[in-house]
Design a protein around this ligand. Structure first.
Ligand code: DGL
Length: 260
């Protein structure tokens, strides 16, 4: 039975969604959270939409059985591949997704150059084409698929030489373009925000969808009268599909890092 103190479930293919979890905790510290990283099946971003959809249906079923009162899909790839279908299947259940923060970057500066970094699958989905269409008159969007980057984050390489080299190579073909902003369209990339800033320079503004997703989650829960009114600080439980102890440790480290 769903109660006010039932957990909000947060899903990603791995530790990426911890960046969204941090935003959720920031604005709803008294909520309980169950984080689920499907790292056994990661990466999602180089799979087909059908494969990701199938995995997400299993994940959602599992988390509903765990008494989640809402599910936050803290993964741009999974939101694009499955959010619509999941909402159709679980009609009265709150399912909140994340999308690349193009709207924020368009608001930041009109007619600017925006670099959108995301997984190959995110950038090939209809949901993303629709989003781009909405802002194509306002900003000039360059898309950059980044296969391999989420893997570095999953290995805990959120800083250091290997990451810097990877980013240098990734940005090399765009050296002549002066970007005004960068959209981190994959929740894993928020964990390497400092390295991206270092590679592209301090005058580039960096956006991600974490904060907006957290705000939307709070709004939906309030609308459904599901916010936890218990004044004590909530708990956070982290589960990963691979049972890998190192991954849980990394998740806890990233949780602490971004929370500070
Ligand atoms: N963190 C996920 C996202 O926001 C994707 C990572 C993956 O490829 O599994 O898109």
């Amino acid at each position: 039975m769903i109660k006010h103190n039932s957990p909000i479930a947060v899903i990603d293919s791995g530790v990426g969604g911890i960046s969204v979890l941090n935003e959720l905790i920031k604005i709803m510290p008294n909520e309980n959270f169950l984080y689920f990283g499907d790292n056994k099946n990661a990466p999602y971003g180089t799979k087909t939409a059908e494969q990701v959809r199938k995995l997400m249906f299993c994940n959602v079923e599992y988390l509903i059985k765990k008494d989640a009162k809402a599910i936050v899909i803290a993964c741009n790839t999974a939101t694009g591949a499955a959010a619509k279908e999941l909402r159709n299947a679980y009609k009265d259940f709150p399912i909140i997704g994340i999308e690349p923060a193009i709207k924020q970057s368009a608001k930041y500066k009109e007619h600017s150059n925006v670099l959108v970094m995301a997984t190959p699958l995110t950038l090939h989905q209809e949901k993303f084409f629709d989003l781009m269409d909405r802002f194509s008159d306002e900003v000039n969007i360059v898309t950059l698929p980044c296969p391999g980057l989420m893997e570095l984050v999953e290995e805990g390489k959120t800083e250091g030489r290997e990451l810097d080299e990877f980013l240098k190579k990734l940005f090399e073909p765009y050296n002549k373009i002066k970007f005004d902003s960068v959209v981190l369209g994959c929740t894993h990339y928020t964990h390497v925000k400092s390295a991206v800033q270092k590679a592209l320079g301090n005058d580039v503004m960096i956006f991600d969808g974490g904060e907006g997703t957290a705000r939307e989650t709070k709004r939906r829960l309030a609308e459904l009268d599901l916010l936890n009114d218990d004044p004590v600080k909530g708990w956070v439980r982290i589960e990963c599909s691979s049972q890998d102890k190192d991954i849980t440790e990394l998740a806890l480290k990233l949780l602490k890092n971004s929370a500070s």
